[in-house]
Design a protein around this ligand. Structure first.
Ligand code: MN
Length: 377
């Protein structure tokens, strides 16, 4: 067995942490040990990632997968959007169908497509064929996508086991691919990703060579995404490298949208605006109430039974008295006529102290009490 090629032999590789995505990732693809040509194409343009495995052999497979990736890149939405991502995969399907008819590549060429968009804790996947997306969460590996292949259907029907499926002679016969049906149905998956999650996209050159337990062991032991992607490809090649092998590893190292800094600063702006607005409204109301209370007057009767003239509003607002000045007159309430006495109990209000005073004068004139008339010259 020849030694595993060093990472510089990789057909195409990208490792990085671009500005738009906060997630560190590594994308690697390799020709394997037995093929002359790498027909896989991969894309790592955060938040968009994809693996496409070309079908149809020389001058077909590599053309179809490259065309699929190029078309996906040109049509993908800018932010995570499952239905829009599906439309971009359908555009890639149309591009391959048209290219075959126009003499580019070969008629009948095709490609798988596992496309992922992940940003701010949200992931959308669009899937056709037998390339896969996996989620590693808390050391547990889960296959997110469903293979569109004959053996996957047999496995789902319970006719064969997972291990039999992996080595089945018909394992590379796929039931759905880009380039075969203008009305292609694209599977769509959406998940919420959490800090500490790890996502893997890969072609069947990986999953056909090593099983899920082996993939999980590598993802759990290689903490750096670049080392993890390289180790997966090495493991497939060490197991025989029968096919081209691609692996994209993405580490979710931040929380979801609520904690995103841009979002947070917007929330702060709203909170500030609200505080200023509510403060302004309360201030205006307080000023208005105070101004109103200062402008009016009312008559009342003191505890000693004397009529009082008051500036402000009778009673209390939120336990604050709105009476600013109170002067006790020499008029005894009981000496007024009964109708005016009952009016006083209502604490009548007036537009000014002067109006209150003249209303009291009228009451004194109406009364029959000689003592009162003497009091008021
Ligand atoms: Mn393959």
């Amino acid at each position: 067995m020849t030694p595993t090629p060093p990472s510089s032999d990789l057909h195409l590789s990208a490792t990085g942490r671009r500005q738009r995505s906060r997630y560190p990732f590594s994308a690697q693809t390799n020709v394997g040990r037995q093929r002359a040509l790498n027909e896989d194409s991969i894309l790592a343009l955060p938040p968009l990632f994809a693996v496409a495995d070309g079908l149809g052999g020389h001058e077909a497979g590599e053309v179809a997968s490259a065309l699929a990736i190029d078309t996906l890149r040109d049509h993908a939405p800018r932010a995570v959007d499952g239905p829009a991502l599906v439309r971009a995969v359908q555009a890639a399907n149309n591009a391959i169908l048209q290219a075959g008819g126009a003499g580019i590549g070969r008629e009948g060429m095709g490609s798988t497509m596992t496309a992922l968009m992940v940003e701010h804790g949200k992931a959308a996947i669009a899937q056709v064929g037998d390339s896969r997306a996996y989620l590693l969460r808390g050391r547990q590996l889960t296959q997110l996508t469903e293979d569109h292949s004959v053996v996957a259907a047999m496995l789902r029907a319970g006719h064969i086991t997972a291990e039999e499926a992996r080595v089945h002679p018909q394992r590379s016969v796929i039931t759905r691919a880009l380039g075969s049906d203008p009305n292609l149905i694209v599977d769509q998956f959406e998940i919420t990703v959490l800090r500490g999650d790890r996502l893997l996209l890969c072609s069947d050159g990986l999953t056909g060579m090593i099983d899920d337990a082996h993939i999980a062991a590598i993802l759990n032991s290689q903490l750096d995404p670049h080392q993890a992607a390289i180790a997966l490809i090495e493991a497939a090649n060490n197991a025989g490298g029968a096919d081209n092998v691609s692996a994209i590893v993405i580490d979710i190292d931040e929380d979801g949208p609520a904690l995103h800094p841009r979002r947070r600063s917007k929330l702060w702006l709203w909170a500030l605006l609200w505080t200023v607005m509510v403060g302004a409204i309360l201030g205006a109301v307080a000023f208005g109430v105070s101004h109103y209370a200062h402008s009016i007057a009312y008559l009342d009767v003191s505890d000693g039974g004397m009529v009082t003239i008051n500036q402000g509003v009778p009673g209390h607002v939120l336990s604050y008295s709105l009476t600013y000045e109170s002067s006790v007159t020499t008029v005894t309430a009981q000496n007024l006529n009964p109708v005016d006495q009952s009016t006083l109990k209502q604490r009548p209000t007036f537009n000014s102290i002067d109006e209150a005073q003249s209303a009291l004068d009228d009451m004194v004139r109406r009364s029959d009490s000689p003592a009162l008339k003497q009091d008021q010259p």
